[in-house]
Write a protein that binds this ligand. Structure first.
Ligand SMILES: [Zn+2]
Length: 383
């Protein structure tokens, strides 16, 4: 694929992230465009031949909402689903956000002249990465403490998308490898007297045109204010909100991990003789959960929440299992809502995940819990 065409594509995504304000409260985009969005649009205007390039901003935004495969004149990176558009509901589409975050921010490939706000997202990612590396290093000589602090940090970020300085101080005053400041940098100040909203299923919400919008509509897309899982957060002194990049990268994917962990912990408490241990993020997140059973067998589990099973299939590889991370069976677990969206999800995954050994199982989270219950039953009958 032509490299200069990828650069145009990247400019478009980053330019739109900036222009539409990825993380913002109600704002209507205004001229001028960010510089490189303008450059990308100029190239588009030259290359579009089958349909004319729109003359107004309104026309351009409407065009950018359409599936790329119906109009985009240049090549499209394989990581971007061409059935999607760049924009959805006048904000960056989920597919474009995903591309922005996974392809550009994570790999450090943002254009260097991107705005301060965009660079900020890259910085958050770097700060978290640095913290993770510090804990991994500590893991080599002080494994138990390092893992304990890693779990404390990660759970805190998942369960407290809004927090206060006081609560940060309380939680991280005695940690050895993480400072209050390290965690504080992953949050931003909330505006005084502004009211905020949070969804228990997908984290902080954005107010957009009078309704509430989640960070990833395919995970959760109903945020009417009277729903039980949608909560209003009232401003108080020192209130802080998770930074966008950490919300996307740590908080959101962690929600189904914690949900499964809690369900398994309950089984462990009921039957500790047969399900002896449930360990979260063993080896500082080499995988998500490790189960030890009464017969000595060990299972390794990774939870994966992807909209598109074809994308996920590309990511699946054998789960790391050296040393303490050794396991007898391994599982990739997919949150149920993905199977409701697409009934053949697991079948596609099985077909497409060619890099996966036959011994790695693919399950929905409900089916996986049933499998654990069956294993416990089997062990208890053998007594
Ligand atoms: Zn939600």
């Amino acid at each position: 694929m032509d490299n200069s065409e990828i650069i145009i594509f990247d400019f478009l995504v980053v330019g739109l992230a900036e222009f539409l304000r990825l993380d913002t409260l109600d704002q209507i985009p205004k001229y001028p465009y960010p510089d490189f969005l303008q450059r990308a649009c100029n190239t588009l205007a030259l290359k579009m031949t089958s349909i004319p390039y729109p003359r107004t901003l309104e026309g351009l935004l409407t065009l950018l909402e359409k599936p790329l495969q119906t109009w985009y004149p240049l090549s499209i990176p394989k990581e971007f689903d061409s059935e999607c558009g760049f924009i959805y509901d006048r904000a960056l589409s989920e597919e474009a956000s995903q591309y922005f975050y996974e392809q550009l921010v994570k790999r450090g490939q943002l254009p260097e002249f991107a705005s301060v706000k965009i660079q900020q997202i890259a910085l958050e990612n770097f700060l978290f990465q640095r913290l993770l590396e510090r804990l991994q290093e500590a893991n080599e000589k002080d494994a138990e403490r390092a893992l304990q602090e890693y779990i404390l940090l990660r759970r805190f970020l998942i369960e407290n998308p809004y927090t206060t300085l006081e609560s940060l101080r309380k939680t991280f005053s005695k940690t050895r490898y993480i400072s209050i400041n390290d965690v504080g940098e992953l949050y931003e100040d909330c505006k005084e007297n502004e009211s905020y909203w949070c969804c228990d299923r997908c984290g902080p919400l954005i107010k957009k045109h009078g309704h509430l919008r989640g960070i990833k509509p395919s995970v959760c897309n109903d945020h009417r204010k009277n729903l039980s899982y949608v909560r209003r957060i009232y401003w108080k002194q020192g209130l802080r909100r998770l930074q966008f990049g950490i919300h996307w990268r740590v908080c959101l994917p962690g929600i189904p991990e914690i949900r499964l962990f809690e369900a398994l912990k309950k089984l462990h408490q009921q039957q500790p003789e047969y399900l002896c241990e449930v360990q979260l993020w063993p080896g500082i997140d080499r995988y998500d959960l490790q189960l030890r059973f009464g017969d000595g067998s060990v299972w390794a589990i990774d939870v994966k929440d992807y909209r598109n099973p074809y994308d996920l299939a590309l990511q699946l590889k054998p789960i790391f299992g050296e040393g303490d991370l050794h396991y007898d069976e391994s599982f990739y677990v997919i949150p149920n809502h993905r199977l409701h969206q697409r009934q053949d999800y697991i079948d596609i995954l099985r077909e497409e995940a060619t890099g996966l050994p036959k011994s790695t199982h693919l399950f929905s989270d409900t089916a996986f819990e049933e499998r654990v219950v069956a294993k416990i039953m089997h062990l208890s009958k053998g007594k």
